[in-house]
Design a protein around this ligand. Structure first.
Ligand code: ADP
Length: 332
């Protein structure tokens, strides 16, 4: 039997942060051997959040993300890396799915409620975004979607959409499930530990996050400024930790491949200053080699474009077959 199919993606909407790494990219690397992996750069999704983005900035950011995927260890000879907009089947299947997705289900999505609450004028793209995501996943007969905690609800919706389509039109789609890591599934903002670390907040609040490509001095400065509380020492009881301290221990656990409790045992009793030093050391030692590899990879645009073209061809082959199946089921 062929290996189970995996698909996941990141939006090229800004600099990738350490949350994207521990919630997504870091998990992906570990799946390369046992799964047939498709990793997408979801540039069509990025159009919903980067209001002023032009096609050219999105395209150049897509190359940034591709180089970062490879720098993180996603070897293009062992995974299919591609840009969403280069495989037009995504948009096409999305429409077919949109026609049977209940409006109420989309309006109930936590991410939509959060983002639409922040502004007066909301584009329809923000609402129907999870249907495009469902198309991304279903096109590849995906069984497992490795994502951070924030995406759980969207994967559930994808299952619902697929299940309903199969029930009405006959077996067409494979039902996917989310795989969320035990630690690092939801890294919080360093400036506000009640809010998820995100690319969009990173643009507005400079102390919000650490980029995967941040220099050592920036990493140390940002961690040193991370919000903690009025205490001095790390409590041994996890229940007693404030959100900021808990987040730092969670980051340490994720980067050092420990469970939360193991990481907490390691730092319990330390001063917050020492904790921050330990966390910064851990981030630096993982991200430094990524940064070095990235510089070389990003400099060779011809090679990046070759990787992406090759990926788009492989992805199209699968996507075309699935779209045809859906069209046939619908009788169009
Ligand atoms: P962002 O919200 O930063 O723009 P994306 O929507 O592009 O990120 O998500 C890319 C992947 O990174 C998804 O799998 C998402 O669940 C994961 N992710 C995003 N933010 C975090 C976070 N703060 N902690 C853990 N995983 C995250």
């Amino acid at each position: 039997k062929t290996r189970p199919r995996v698909l996941s993606g990141v939006q090229p909407s800004g600099d990738l942060h350490i949350g994207n790494f521990v919630g997504a990219l870091g998990q992906w690397v570990e799946m390369l051997d046992d799964y047939d992996c498709f990793f997408c750069i979801v540039d069509l999704h990025a159009l919903t959040s980067t209001r002023k983005a032009t096609g050219s900035t999105v395209a150049s950011r897509a190359r940034d993300v591709a180089a970062l995927y490879v720098a993180c260890g996603i070897d293009p000879s062992r995974a299919t890396i591609f840009v969403q907009s280069q495989v037009p089947e995504h948009s096409e299947l999305m429409w077919l799915l949109t026609c049977s997705t209940p409006l109420g289900a989309l309006q109930r999505m936590t991410q939509f409620k959060g983002k639409s609450g922040q502004t007066d004028s909301i584009e329809a793209g923000l609402l129907v975004y999870p249907v495009l995501q469902a198309a991304d996943i279903l096109l590849y007969d995906t069984e497992i979607v490795p994502v951070g905690d924030d995406q759980r609800q969207h994967i559930e919706l994808t299952r619902d959409i697929a299940q309903k389509f199969n029930a009405v039109h006959g077996e067409t789609f494979v039902l996917p499930r989310a795989r969320v890591p035990l630690t690092g599934a939801r890294i919080m903002g360093l400036d506000d530990p009640d809010k998820k670390m995100s690319k969009t907040d990173a643009v507005i609040h400079p102390n919000h996050s650490i980029g995967l490509l941040s220099s050592e001095s920036v990493i140390r400065k940002r961690i040193a400024r991370a919000v903690t509380d009025s205490g001095d020492y790390v409590e041994a009881d996890s229940e007693a930790l404030s959100a900021g301290v808990r987040n730092l221990v969670e980051i340490l656990a994720s980067f050092d491949h420990l469970s939360f409790d193991e990481a907490l045992r390691r730092v319990a009793g330390e001063s917050y200053g020492k904790l921050k030093e330990t966390v910064a050391d851990s981030i630096v030692s993982t991200t430094e080699p990524i940064r070095e590899r990235y510089e070389a990879l990003r400099a060779d645009e011809a090679e990046l474009d070759r990787i992406l073209q090759d990926g788009a061809e492989k992805a199209s082959e699968v996507a075309r077959r699935t779209l045809l199946r859906a069209q046939t089921a619908l009788g169009i």
